[in-house]
Design a protein around this ligand. Structure first.
Ligand code: 5BU
Length: 475
């Protein structure tokens, strides 16, 4: 059965319904999917299993075991496993109250990669819960496939947790097929399209192989497009030094900072500081730091994460013992306080040609900078692009080439610390998530040879950048 006939069959059996429905999230929707009914139709089950396999194949995902999200996707995953001869595991919804408390049943090896199968994704929370249970028993989850992504923020949220979601269908395609076959009226199409406009965060990703390639501009071209002098300078440095590495020098004495900055300076475009962790901050330290920035041609970024009202941040930025605006080319702010925070910072830094990054996403697990918050942050940046030059984020948030994205939580291999930090690799951040700069702290300053390791990060970051320009993905 081809995808068009599958959509028609799903409509025939009432798995796709039009009307007024209240979703779990409280949103009223003119369209509803109830795919549980599929189990009664062997031809549909068969076609769904094949379609999902196709999606996985086209997306180039790799895995050695399957897991369906309970309950609807359980029989689908089973059918896929049997048809394609791939082992599967079962996730319980609740742990048994007797005997072993295992949440995952089946035979598998720790470290095996598991592909999650789901029927419909709205917020992504069921996929996330399944991924957590799988991770607890040592299975790795990198990708999930779904028959339909309702595009209400689930894909973004999953991506923030390091899971790529690939969807076989999207709502516009379903509308198109049903309308073309006279199954739904113009009215219905209009109301669902209006719903999509209002409620959809991001249209679902097509499988990678089908996605039209976006041409990525190089640093030089982006430097030329930028109006803000700091953004222009930064892209210029990235081009001249061939580096997209920012070093987060989170050590606690001035001499350590200066020594590391001098060693690592040749390999970086940005030195990121937290001056409030220094035990011996002084104006002579700042002078030495500025000399090193000049010597090695990097920008200084004080990671202050301002978060107060405009009037307060204005003083925090200009005054106190650190006088950040005097020496830091770039600083950053949380958007939680509203646009007044940008006005306050701009009042101080604007005339000095300083620049600001907004925190659109964070790297730490369970953080709240997701979905609508991230979207509103992008809007705030767009409305203040004379001072805001980009974002701290875990992925690209806008295709606008004049905004720069910097991503913390980077190491040469993926992992976590024990306080919520989550690490991605340079290839994942630059090639797959299309961010611009990798920020590395402990990966460099805890190494026995920070300069050599910084060089390795520079190399990995640039390799990923060239892959992005060439349109390859890191799979
Ligand atoms: P690490 O040692 O590479 O984990 O250091 C990461 C740095 O980036 C550290 O200075 C954090 O304060 C900073 N950071 C982050 O890790 N995650 C975030 O979401 C933001 C900043 Br915003």
């Amino acid at each position: 059965m081809d995808s068009e006939n599958l959509i028609l069959r799903l409509f025939d059996v009432n798995a796709v319904k039009f009307g007024t429905f209240t979703l779990k999230s409280g949103i009223e929707s003119p369209v509803y999917f109830d795919l549980r009914v599929m189990v009664s139709y062997p031809d549909i089950m068969d076609a769904v299993a094949d379609t999902l396999f196709d999606t996985a194949k086209k997306s180039g995902v790799e895995y050695s075991v399957l897991c369906g999200v309970p309950y609807t996707a359980l029989p689908i995953a089973t059918l896929m496993a049997v048809k394609q001869k791939v082992p599967m595991v079962i996730r319980r919804k609740e742990a048994k109250s007797y005997g072993t408390k295992k949440m995952i049943e089946g035979a598998f090896q720790e470290g095996e990669v598991c592909l999650i199968v789901e029927d419909v994704v709205t917020t992504g929370s069921s996929v996330m819960e399944t991924a957590q249970s799988l991770a607890e028993v040592g299975l790795k989850v990198k990708d999930a496939i779904v028959l339909l992504d309702r595009a209400q923020g689930g894909a973004d949220r999953l991506r923030d947790s390091g899971i790529n979601l690939y969807s076989a269908f999207d709502l516009p395609r379903i509308l198109e097929v049903l309308h073309a076959h006279g199954k739904i009226t113009d009215e219905v199409v209009k109301s669902v399209k209006a719903f999509i406009q209002e409620n959809m965060v991001n249209l679902p990703q097509e499988p990678a192989a089908k996605k039209p390639r976006r041409e990525y501009l190089g640093y030089q071209a982006r430097a030329e497009l930028c109006q803000h002098p700091v953004a222009k300078q930064l892209f210029g440095i990235m081009e001249d030094k061939q580096t997209n590495l920012a070093f987060s020098v989170d050590v606690t004495t001035s001499s350590q900072v200066l020594e590391l900055a001098d060693q690592v300076g040749p390999y970086i475009c940005v030195l990121k500081t937290h001056v409030d962790i220094l035990e011996d901050f002084s104006s002579t330290f700042i002078q030495s730091l500025q000399d090193l920035a000049e010597k090695h041609n990097f920008l200084i970024f004080e990671d202050r994460k301002f978060a107060d009202i405009g009037n307060t941040v204005q003083h925090q930025y200009s005054s106190g013992m650190y006088k950040i605006s005097e020496w830091s080319h770039i600083t950053n702010a949380h958007s939680v306080a509203g646009p007044g925070i940008i006005s306050g910072l701009k009042a101080v830094g604007g005339a000095k040609n300083r620049a600001c990054l907004l925190i659109g996403q964070m790297s730490s697990s369970g953080n709240l900078a997701t979905g609508e918050y991230t979207k509103a942050t992008v809007k705030m940046a767009e409305e203040n692009s004379d001072f805001v030059i980009g974002f701290i984020s875990t992925s690209s948030l806008t295709p606008d080439p004049t905004f720069i994205h910097m991503t913390p939580g980077v190491k040469l291999s993926e992992g976590k610390d024990n306080l919520g930090q989550q690490y991605l690799t340079p290839a994942e951040v630059i090639t797959n998530r299309k961010s611009d700069i990798i920020i590395v702290g402990r990966g460099i300053y805890q190494a026995s040879n920070p300069a050599e390791v910084a060089r390795q990060y520079q190399e990995a970051g640039m390799k990923a950048y060239h892959q992005l320009l060439e349109g390859e993905t890191d799979r």
